[in-house]
Design a protein. Structure first.
Length: 343
């Protein structure tokens, strides 16, 4: 059973050498009798920025750290091979927290952590990790529950071509908003404008003055900022928000270090007072009650051709460490997924 382990705790941005591919033990392809577990064959693994937080030696977060020497875990799509749990039958497909390894022994859990999924010819199976998974749900819950969007409003999305950002922008367009995205390469900017339907997009790495860039695209100001990056982009957005604007604090992937002393150089927060802004951090896991509604709506939009989804697929477990690390330098174009085995 090949697996990817964490070699050591990480301070700041992880590198490939913080992880290691181990040939692992020879395992019996069976769920032990009396274990109430089921054995799955992992097909696809998801790479997500939050996993960096689990690589730190920090126990105060909402998720416990990975342990050095132990396999990494994250969201995956897998097929049940053997089962000692009457609720799971060999052949069934699941999406949920699994190991970064070929085969994993799992236990049933709540719906956000583990759910059964069905093959659907119209939707690639791996989309359960992106469009129909945690990333898509984050976009949906964050946009509708935190941003309170209204038709005609102006919306800015950072890391806009990524797993979350690409859906936020498309939902905003469906809602009749004017939408601008920022991303870190020409290729991503082209995708935003020509494939994902954003009204405008810009490469933030080519802008010497982010405040000026936002003023160019939003001469009358921003109603909604969906913040995936924090740091200097958030600071510039604070100078460009309209009165009663809303900022959804989704993630701060630009912060190089996750230490509590690093606040990302926010100087313009005082603008929140005269402009009566609402800034709200959120975790998608708080919105589990709207997960069925999300699935129904987003599946429907996709099948009706109203939205598209871009995925970046790495081939093989051995490429998983590089794929994860690549999130922090913007290597991924769209949702980063790793194919571990053929369906
Ligand atoms: P992405 O697919 O967007 O991948 C990460 C992207 O971040 C990279 O491609 C890169 O895009 C950008 N990036 C990396 N480093 C920097 C940097 N230093 N400055 C600016 N941009 C950078 O990831 P996700 O869509 O999965 O996640 C987006 C955000 O949402 C993350 O902050 C994540 O933590 C957060 N999140 C929050 C959840 C919640 O419940 N609140 C749940 C899930 C995700 P580019 O090339 O454009 O720079």
């Amino acid at each position: 059973n090949k697996k990817v382990i964490l070699k050591n705790y990480v301070d700041g941005i992880p590198t490939e050498t913080d992880m290691e591919l181990k040939m692992g033990d020879t395992i019996e392809i069976k769920a032990p009798k009396g274990s109430s577990c089921f054995l799955v064959k992992n097909l696809y693994l998801s790479c997500d920025p939050y996993m960096r937080g689990r690589m730190r030696d920090f126990h105060g977060s909402y998720l416990p750290p990975f342990l050095p020497g132990q396999r990494i875990e994250g969201f995956g799509v897998a097929r049940v091979i053997d089962s000692d749990d009457p609720n799971y039958t060999p052949g069934e497909l699941i999406c949920g927290i699994t190991g970064w390894e070929e085969y994993s022994l799992l236990r049933s859990s709540n719906e956000l952590q583990l759910r059964k999924i069905q093959l659907d010819d119209a939707i690639p199976l791996s989309y359960h990790l992106g469009l129909l998974g945690m990333a898509g749900f984050t976009a949906y819950a964050g946009f509708y529950e935190i941003c309170s969007p209204k038709k005609g409003e102006s919306v800015f999305v950072s890391a806009a071509s990524g797993a979350v950002g690409q859906l936020v922008g498309q939902l905003a367009k469906l809602n009749g908003c004017y939408v601008v995205g920022s991303a870190g390469s020409k290729q991503k900017v082209d995708l935003l404008k020509n494939k994902l339907g954003f009204d405008e997009a810009f490469n933030y790495k080519e802008e010497a003055d982010l405040d000026a860039a936002l003023k160019r695209y939003f001469p009358e100001g921003i109603n909604i900022y969906f913040d995936n990056v924090g740091g200097s982009m958030l600071d510039a957005a604070l100078l460009n928000m309209k009165v009663h604007g809303r900022i959804a604090l989704c993630g701060m992937v630009s912060l190089q270090s996750l230490s509590s002393s690093s606040q990302g150089g926010i100087n313009n927060l005082y603008n929140a007072i005269p402009r009566r802004l609402r800034l709200e951090g959120f975790l998608q896991s708080d919105y589990v009650h709207i997960f069925p509604q999300f699935l129904e709506h987003v599946k429907g939009y996709y099948k009706e051709g109203k939205i598209v989804y871009i995925e970046d697929m790495s081939e093989g477990l051995e490429l998983a460490p590089a794929a994860l690390v690549g999130l922090f330098s913007g290597e991924n174009v769209g949702k980063q997924v790793v194919r571990v085995a053929n369906e």
